[in-house]
Write a protein that binds this ligand. Structure first.
Ligand code: HGY
Ligand code: MN
Ligand code: MN
Length: 418
């Protein structure tokens, strides 16, 4: 790897402009408590897309919308494949202002800073807004970047049915983002994503910048449990075939599995739907989701195996039927050491405290890493909160992270990866 970037004059992003854009975007889909609800491909997501696309046009970027609605804004300067940054602007139902939004808007800020300074990089710079990163409405998560990277066909993505019964392709058309640019997308020269940590580590350690080494493996399953609907008052306990009880037992089991495994093992039951969901009826059906993650693929597979075995035991014991459907399955990803080391060096050169760390959350970078040298930059999350309206990162940290993104993108545009 050769890099001519280190002799560049140091620039700094316009912090108030970045903070203003974050605040303006956060007004779209704003909910009580200061957060956002812009589930993928809803009207609110459309409105957020329209706003950021306007900002891209104001910067003179060439806009490409692809077949799954990814928006790629490119500053067509220099030559060769673009250095790309980006993230997502869809949110979970109780999202914060920064998850995803920060990385997209910092990418625009980097380009505007260079334009203001009359500095033209040797390569095009691109900012990606990837569709449905959260996967909260349409599974899997990171769907848009997965299709962009060739990990899922456009047709399969269009046919994904959301938790509300909507078809992804129909929703893309309805909000006007069924683009004509084919997927997979053009491989960038390199990709670097700036994101809030969404965990407690940086703040607890008093460190400002995370040089992210990779992303842990993710296994999402939908578990459907059928029992027998019955009268809550007349049905003796020993005669019940109660899916709600089975769902609760499975929830406790995965919590205890995480405690037994320790380390990076995490399990979450985020969604439980009972039918008919009435006070005086023993349910006939329970549908729940399992989100199981680990940085180690072998341990993640062991956890999946234990869960499958427990479901068999539970079905037998409670006389219910249990079926499982995979919603997402991604192996752990290790980022390119050359880019991780660049992030680390440039962050230190700016006087930041830095530490290397894996990401507990999924990110678009883990998909684009299939196409080109990729890494991520983290800034602290206050109290480690995210997917929560109280999500917060101090402006000084957000600005510091964007300056590291600026330096990294500049150096990547002058770097040749042998
Ligand atoms: O699920 C995740 O980790 C990400 O927020 N989509
Ligand atoms: Mn995110
Ligand atoms: Mn998220």
């Amino acid at each position: 790897m050769r890099s001519a970037g280190s002799t560049q004059t140091q620039l700094s992003i316009n912090g108030s402009r970045l903070m203003q854009r974050i605040a303006t975007l956060a007004e779209i889909g704003a909910i009580d408590g200061g957060g956002c609800n812009r589930l993928a491909l809803t009207d609110a997501d459309r409105d957020g897309r329209n706003l950021v696309r306007e900002w891209m046009i104001e910067l003179g970027l060439q806009i490409a919308v692809d077949a799954v609605g990814n928006i790629i804004g490119t500053w067509q300067v220099g030559s060769g494949a673009a250095v790309m940054t980006g993230s997502h602007i869809d949110t979970v139902r109780t999202g914060g202002k920064y998850d995803g939004n920060y990385g997209v808007l910092a990418g625009l800020e980097v380009i505007q800073t260079l334009q203001d300074a009359g500095v033209t990089p040797s390569r095009p710079l691109a900012v990606g807004i990837f569709t449905d990163e959260e996967g909260a409405r349409f599974a899997p998560d990171m769907l848009g970047s997965l299709v962009y990277a060739g990990g899922m066909s456009t047709e399969a993505a269009h046919d994904v049915i959301g938790i509300d019964g909507a078809r992804l392709g129909d929703e893309l058309e309805r909000i006007g983002y069924l683009g004509s640019v084919p997927c997979p997308g053009i491989a960038p020269h390199a990709f670097v994503e700036l994101h809030i940590e969404q965990g407690p580590l940086l703040e607890v350690n008093g460190v400002r910048i995370g040089a992210v080494t990779g992303v842990q493996g993710i296994s999402w399953q939908e578990v459907t449990i059928h029992g027998q609907s019955n009268h809550a008052g007349t049905t003796p306990m020993h005669l019940r075939r109660d899916p709600a009880y089975a769902a609760a037992a499975l929830t406790v089991f995965v919590r205890e599995l995480s405690a037994r495994y320790g380390g990076h093992q995490v399990c979450t039951v985020g969604k439980i739907d009972l039918h008919p969901n009435l006070t005086n009826v023993v349910p006939s059906r329970a549908v729940l989701t399992l989100d199981v993650r680990n940085t180690d693929e072998a341990i993640l597979q062991r956890a999946e195996g234990e869960i499958a075995d427990y479901c068999d035991v539970l079905a037998q014991r409670e006389q219910v039927s249990i079926t499982r459907r995979s919603l997402a399955r991604f192996e752990p990803v290790v980022f390119d050491e050359r880019v991780v080391a660049m992030v680390e060096r440039l962050a230190i050169a700016r006087g930041n405290s830095v530490q290397r760390m894996p990401s507990g959350a999924g990110h678009d970078a883990q998909m684009i890493a299939r196409m080109c040298p990729t890494a991520m930059i983290f800034v602290p999350s206050h109290k480690g909160l995210s997917h929560n309206v109280a999500e917060h990162t101090d402006a000084v940290d957000l600005i510091a992270g964007a300056d590291v993104l600026l330096d990294t993108m500049r150096e990547l545009s002058e770097t040749t990866f042998a």
